[in-house]
Design a binder for this molecule. Sequence first.
Ligand SMILES: [Zn+2]
Length: 412
Amino acid sequence: MLRTRFVAALSLGLSLATAASAQQPPATQPPRPPAGFRGGTQIKPGEECPAGTTEIRPNNCLAPASPPPSIVDYRPKSTLIVPSAGMKWKAKYPVVDFHGHPSGLLGNADGLARLGASMDSINVRLMIAADNVSGDRLQRTMELVNGSPTMKDRIRLLTGINLSGVGPGWAAKAVTQLEADVKGGAVGIGEIGKGFGLSTRKADGTRLRLNDPDLDPIWEAAARLKMPVFIHTADPQEFFREVDNTNERWLEVSLFPERLYPQDKYPSFNQLMAERDSLFLRHPKTTFVAAHLGWHANDLGRLGRMFDKMPNVLAEVGAVLYDIARQPRSAHDFFIKYQDRLLFGKDSFQPEEYPYYWRVFESRDDYFDYYRNYHAFWKLYGIDLPDVVLKKVYYQNALRIMPAIQIPGWPK
Ligand SMILES: [Zn+2]
């Protein structure tokens, strides 16, 4: 208490003597604030301020004089003026989008042409459609792509694996389908969706664990066929906990409550990650690509330890730009250190959102807006990657792990 009054008095510019000579208040009552000080509620060290107030001096909490806007309505306009490269539409080098979902545009020649124009506008040279397209649909889509003189080198497809009903006889069928799809032109497998681990059931009704040995033949076949496996496991860790005022994704999970995984119904985040890591370690000859930086963009040290332990694993950067760009120095160092393990991918196909990625990767701009407010309450910073790393992340790493892609003409 005394320390609190002392600090409060000091920061108000009152003399030390005034503070020292102040009457000690009765132990049960909070100290009176100094004259002229619109003080608030005293709290004990370590306590939180009461609702509706904020800590203005150590252990002193004040309510705003004007009615506070809700966090939905609070839209402060930055007054910061700094040198800035700004937003540019085209990436500095041609890009492979490893995490493409253009499904609606791959149905006919007109959609394909529109997709091509959009890709040109942002310098995405090759899109890997990660839509789990298999069998006849894969054939039809490949015929459409191959029949287009302008788009035949712009789209490649990942094939899907049907993970429902895993049990006796499942693996042989799945491997046969995979082999057929590889002949049909697939260059990898995925995106294996987050349902795998969270909700997919085996034939016997139990939850299909990511490291279930019944799946081993398909991962081994992927290694033999040189098909990387693109896998999305779980979701941001904040979706697996209570929605309170300390949840960093409060706005998102309040707007979209169906994104939450109540812990009485679903496995925990760390349970899923443990199963995923065990899967990656069981199949060292299979190349796995963890979508969304494995949901560890907020803990790059954890992802780095995975990379160190699992040379067969890469990760893709889609939809976690807000985490990369709030730690520009750490992320820069991480991208330099693991430059051979990272792939560009965007996920949802919104051409106007790609330039945010270019700006984060290519510039050293300070404090700029993200394109989706509800993901993050903070601003982005450029991580200023050198050209040699940009080229790896934008296209060289993707071409290396998918030998089936034979498209010439990439920059050296
Ligand atoms: Zn996806």
